[in-house]
Design a protein around this ligand. Structure first.
Ligand code: AMP
Length: 473
């Protein structure tokens, strides 16, 4: 049986952390973090987890899901009378960065409780992790590969796990961790509480949920595969070879203070980083070929505003939590549409607004099409034109698909019979749409002199959003 919580009712009433049944050590900790009220996923998941239920959480990134499972998990462990040196809670995450971030949150939330935790991931030495395990731990936050290595060496013993959390389950499956997850499941006691969080729902995630969860409470704070409501999304038609100069210009002229840029490849990330630095825009790269310490250093410099741009690949940037990040740029569109959702979820977090900009070249219209299909909405498309002391944007006609979306598939919002006329191909536009020549195809575009200026971040308060209850089954 699936128990559905009354999402609408719970989320629309203003709620306080103290009303969720949390201990004072935890409500004090969230107060110290500056949270004034629970986010919707927290309001729904915390009571269910405290009641010992399995939970499946459909939460897009930035919704506060870490505290949604972290706070009740800490409380359950703190109140348990069963004491052992073996870990009692296991949180699995797809990337080292996410594991480190989750561990940091667990440490912050639990600092008034007498619980020990450690983070375990590859790319760093075994010894500190082995030492932590041998001293005795309550909570392990881990990526699957290194945890299995430690279990094989008999350094980690998972036989006392009471609570299992799969964080960003969709990404773990995308990254091919299913076999590792199955191996880990075999090492856990059968009788345990299971929590699974995923931003998107594929058939594989559902299958995994079905095998792990028992009578789960479903909590979902946004329509499936939806992007954060507060992220303002725009796309710009840019030729591949002009992308770098366009990006430099956008950043400099828009006075963007902090921007996370996604490239499709590690090599592309390195090249773009070098080019941006040559243009006088400080940048660092973060991707899987960098050592763990280089990745940590790059992220720390970016978070501390020592560099303006962090150029990342999808895997490295997964789960990154950068407070008040105002801009995300897709230098190249991802070929997996779900990755777009994760990328832009780096901004617009914790109820703040953000902007996601995609630079779309002549070869990427199919990717944009696939993303719009997944989102079931159009992303406004503009043409970027550089002006001497100004940054001008030309809005392209709002409804037709990008370039010539040549195949016969219709957009989800658009009936096949009433397809709008296709836009000019980018090659044609470049002949007519140069600076000072905007009037030549005035019928195709209406000018919108938007200025992309940096903005001051809003205060750190969760702004309640409308919640749609939706079953995941
Ligand atoms: P998460 O989705 O768990 O990665 O959280 C995203 C961001 O929201 C993090 O920076 C958290 O510190 C922040 N956050 C979590 N819960 C709240 C809350 N109730 N109020 C304000 N910020 C929060």
């Amino acid at each position: 049986m699936v128990i559905l919580v009354e999402l609408e009712k719970k989320s629309t009433n203003l709620m306080l952390f103290t009303q969720l049944g949390l201990r004072s050590e935890l409500t004090e900790a969230v107060k110290t973090k500056g949270y004034t009220e629970p986010s919707p996923i927290q309001a729904q998941a915390i009571p269910a987890i405290l009641a010992g239920k399995d939970v499946i959480g459909g939460a897009q990134t930035g919704t506060g899901k870490t505290a949604a499972f972290g706070l009740p998990l800490l409380q359950i462990l703190a109140e348990s009378e069963f004491k052992t040196k073996r870990p009692r809670a296991l949180i699995l995450a797809p990337t080292r960065e996410l594991a480190a971030q989750v561990h940091q949150s667990i440490t912050d939330y639990g600092k008034r409780l007498n619980l020990q935790s450690a983070v375990i991931f590859g790319g760093v030495g075994f010894n500190p992790q082995i030492t932590a395990l041998s001293r005795g731990l309550d909570i392990i936050v881990a990526t699957p590969g290194r945890l299995i290595d430690l279990c094989r060496r008999r350094e980690a013993n998972l036989s006392a796990i009471e609570i299992l959390v799969l964080d960003e389950a969709d990404r773990m499956l995308d990254m091919g961790f299913i076999r590792d997850i199955k191996k880990i499941l075999k090492l856990l006691p059968k009788n345990r509480q299971n929590l699974l969080f995923s931003a998107t729902y594929s058939r594989e995630v559902k299958k995994l949920a079905d095998t792990i969860l028992s009578e789960p409470v479903e909590v979902e704070v946004a329509p499936r595969n939806a992007t954060a409501d507060r992220v303002d999304q725009e796309a710009f038609e840019v030729r591949q070879k002009s992308k770098r100069s366009t990006l430099s210009s956008m950043i400099s002229k828009g006075k963007w203070s902090q921007v996370l840029v996604f490239t499709r490849t590690k090599h592309g990330a390195n090249r773009l980083t070098t080019q941006l630095n040559k243009d006088g825009v400080t940048a660092l790269a973060i991707h899987g070929n960098k050592s763990q310490s280089a990745r940590e250093k790059a992220l720390a410099s970016f978070k501390a505003h020592k560099v303006r741009v962090l150029v990342a690949t999808d895997i490295a940037a997964r789960g990154l939590d950068i407070v008040s990040l105002p801009y995300v740029v897709n230098f190249e569109l991802p070929n997996i549409p779900e990755d777009y959702v994760h990328r832009i979820g780096r901004t617009g977090r914790a109820g703040l607004s953000g902007k996601a900009i995609s630079l779309v070249s002549e070869t990427e219209s199919e990717y944009l099409f696939a993303i719009e299909k997944l989102l079931k909405k159009r992303i406004p498309l503009f043409q970027y034109r550089e002006d001497d002391d100004n940054l001008e944007i030309e809005r392209l006609s709002s409804s037709p698909p990008l370039h010539s979306r040549s195949n016969n598939r219709s957009h989800p919002n658009q009936s096949t019979n009433s397809r709008p006329p296709s836009r000019k191909r980018i090659s044609q536009r470049n002949k007519t749409g140069r600076k000072g020549n905007a009037g030549s195809d005035a019928n195709q575009k209406s000018r919108s002199p938007t200025k992309l200026q940096d903005k001051t971040p809003e205060p750190r308060r969760w702004k309640p959003r409308k919640i749609r209850p939706a079953s995941m089954k």
